[in-house]
Design a protein around this ligand. Sequence first.
Ligand SMILES: Cc1cc2nc3c(=O)[nH]c(=O)nc-3n(C[C@H](O)[C@H](O)[C@H](O)COP(=O)(O)O)c2cc1C
Length: 316
Amino acid sequence: MKKKIIISIFLILSVCLVTGCNNKNKDKKVDYKCKETIKDDNKSAVIYFSATGTTKKVAEQIAKESNSDIIEIIPSEEYKSEDLDYNSDCRANKEQNDPSARPGIKNSIDISKYDVIYLGYPIWWGTNPKIILTLLDKYDFTGKVIFPFCTSGSSSIDKSIEDLKNYNPNLNIKDGKRFSSNNSQNEINDFVNRSKIEMNTINEDANKVNVNIDGNDYILNLEDNVTAKKLYELAPFDVTMDELNGNEKYIYLSSSFPINPYKPGHIEKGDVMLFDNSCLVIFYKSFDTTYSYTKIGHIDNLPDLGSSSISVKFTR
Ligand SMILES: Cc1cc2nc3c(=O)[nH]c(=O)nc-3n(C[C@H](O)[C@H](O)[C@H](O)COP(=O)(O)O)c2cc1C
């Protein structure tokens, strides 16, 4: 009898242990799945400036976790320790106090292929070092989503983000994160996962633009390419589009687009194309063509738009 009781207790304990293990494994699986559902179709780069190596270390962690390229902003004139002695009248202090200071960047940086930029810098006097403004002046960040991060003794990143947004209101700057010199891997993961979730939300919404033509609403379904993405980023905007050839309305926009032209051979009524790198065209008749275009998208149920110019509002 005693033996039976001992065996029963042993069996119950074993079952509990096994069930416990399974639950743990299940939890693990759920975690893993959650991570997997964060799709990542965007090409990203970590672009950072670091004078003494703290931001560099965080930049490397973010690049590894987010599978990004990593690019250092190298100043034309290196910051020596006396340039960073903020208790003196050092070079860094002078630059931060001079609104026109734009310290040179030694290396050339190609940002054209990236959708997402993780932008890193140390906090200097509560904000970003001026060399970050040099970067923003030098390169075209249109259509890019910027996730800023910084390191600092204690100051938050908030003022630098506000300053960068005020400096160039066209930049698409998202919430950022401050890291200390002894950050945890969890903090890095959180930041990267948050940015990826945000990019997924943006991408889901970014496949359509509303088009109002002379007071009537249509949906422009966008192609999955950088040209369409740029049109999405430009919206909202209003244009008057002129008549051409009895089949299209066109406008030369002031900004030039990234293009990938091809010869479609045939145009379908409702196709929206870019001719050259800035001429936006809405086709309202189907016909064969020998011209090259980059496709932006298609408007379903577009009527014949007549022979006059049209007023068009593009909104998100
Ligand atoms: C000129 C200068 C000004 C600074 N101002 C601040 C500040 O306002 N708030 C703060 O918390 N840390 C400040 N720091 C400290 C740096 O933000 C911090 O050490 C940072 O992690 C350095 O990054 P790095 O090693 O990548 O250059 C300052 C450092 C320098 C050199």
